[in-house]
Design a protein around this ligand. Sequence first.
Ligand code: COA
Ligand code: AMP
Length: 629
Amino acid sequence: MGYREVYESWKNDPEGFWMKAAEAIDWVKPPSKALFDENAPFYEWFKDAEVNTCWNALDRHVEAGNGDRVAIIYDSPVTGKKAKFTYAEMRDRVALLAGALQARGVNKGDRVVIYMPMVPEAVVAMLACARIGAIHSVVFGGFAANELATRIDDARPKAVIAASCGIEPGRVIAYKPLLDGAIEMAEHKPDFCVILQREMEEAPLIEGRDFEWDAFQQGAAPADCVTVRGDDPVYILYTSGTTGQPKGVVRPNAGHLVALHWSMKAIYGIDPGDVFWAASDVGWVVGHSYICYAPLIQGSTSILFEGKPVGTPDAGTFWRVISEYGVKALFTAPTAFRAIKRIDPDGEFIAKYDLSCLQTLFLAGERTDPDTLHWAEGKLGVPVIDHWWQTETGWAIAANPVGIELLPVKEGSPGVPMPGYDVRVLDDDGHELGAGELGAIVVKLPLPPGTLPTLWQADDRYRKSYLSTFPGYYETGDAGYVDEDGYLYIMARTDDVINVAGHRLSTGAMEEVLASHPDVAECAVIGVKDALKGQLPLGFVCLNAGAGRSADEVVSECIQLVRERIGPVAAFKLAVVVERLPKTRSGKILRGTMAKIADGEEWKMPATIDDPAILDEIAEALKGLGYPK
Ligand code: COA
Ligand code: AMP
């Protein structure tokens, strides 16, 4: 069957399609049906099934005689370490940590926050939680203590598992002070912390609260897999919303297992035993789905890479890893390729390695720009597949399903809708638009298995954020169009989310931080185009009358404040003091117009603008920062 037949087979019989896909999972008790819609618009999949995710990711492969197969390859150019862990080894490590957590009172439904860099122990910790039915919530290492505190207060974890430090090129990031600061700030206090001591920076432990990773597990009885219900969450992953309060995306066990397993072959063309590499971070959804869970659920080998595409040690690192381990498919963000191309435009490093094992390159996280697409196609000689998804969905909404059929690649498009997703484009009034017409991209409910059923303990927020603008549809927050062949084109966000180096950030959250500066009266943050990172945040601040501070001082304090409160990952380095912000007569800040001016795009004077002269002042200020480029 080709893509069209597969998609139609899902559309004609979604229940049959997903029940068939569910056969690939080891159930303690199989689901009686796929979709449970009695609480619509809240939908659940395989709700009455009983299952364990860790069993499906590890034990069953060992039981099937594949215990010696490599599950995880750890390659860390920043520490010079390499290691391989078989399925049997992973199962034993995971069972031991799981047993130690249980012995300390962590049980089914309890939350565990994981704050770790790209080390194998991060995956061990995630799977140990899944093994005992605890719900993990991984927080990306580049976030500041304040962001960690917000997540601790929302998830209310019984335990935190962290590492003493992470390593960024040229510097060691001490995680422990960030963790201590976060726990101090948070209202909720975890019962205990487990700390992986890395040799680059040993952290002082707090007696009675903190346990060293090895000592914590010493003598523990390995835990068996605990049966959970299909709709019990396996994890919560926080993502940027429109305010400083991140959204806790909930991922139920059963739908996640079924959808991820299906995607490995259908979308990525990977078979059990193949080597798959998602060069992302376990702190992001890509890391959850395609470093940890999907490859292991399927029985393939996953690479955990602790490094950057450039500088660790050079722009040939990716090619070295691919050739050394026989990677069949690489998944990364376009920004990584832009970083490589900038240093090695002629692909001299590529020529040094035998990349004959590589069959496909997958890109996501941001739109793949035509330059990057063609450069990668030309230099690697394999199909380059852009695909579109979100933390909320956990797997691709649109892709080019190479395991079913490689469709023609169209520049600027992340491909066609995957089975399970009935994608439509609507105008502001909710009317469906035709081919080529730009509008809000929505998915007709229900969303497929593996996607979010709600936000963590925030049903109302879920409804308001995703279901209220277009009743009957899930609002993706992306705008774009569909062409006459059914290919999607993602053009922009409809909210204040920006995408910086494939990382999703909220300009609203940055504005909240800037507004908290005592000398700032008003502010606005926009995303401006950047040749490497896709977008960068840029802040405008208006000072309080009589603040008596120099603009330079306030700007550098604002930059420091965002780094402290949100984290270095926000990459907030551009800000300027202005007298006034352009607004509509009703007081809405014209961020879109400012962004167009900064990007040097054509823009129209908004009819509702209060004082057009302010836009000239903004253009002047931007010129001072070198924008448009
Ligand atoms: N812990 C602590 N700090 C971190 C961090 C972590 N895990 N990850 C990033 N940071 C810091 C960086 O050191 C940098 O700090 P600086 O401002 O002091 O330089 C800042 O956060 C911004 O990081 P990043 O956006 O990664 O920029 P970079 O300049 O270090 O690297 C790229 C640029 C393009 C090479 C890099 O962003 C990259 O490899 N991107 C791939 C994106 C990706 O995997 N996305 C996931 C979705 S698929
Ligand atoms: P995240 O939740 O961090 O995965 O970010 C999701 C958002 O990133 C989407 O809503 C899009 O705005 C953007 N995005 C992800 N992948 C793509 C893609 N392939 N093309 C265009 N935008 C993308």
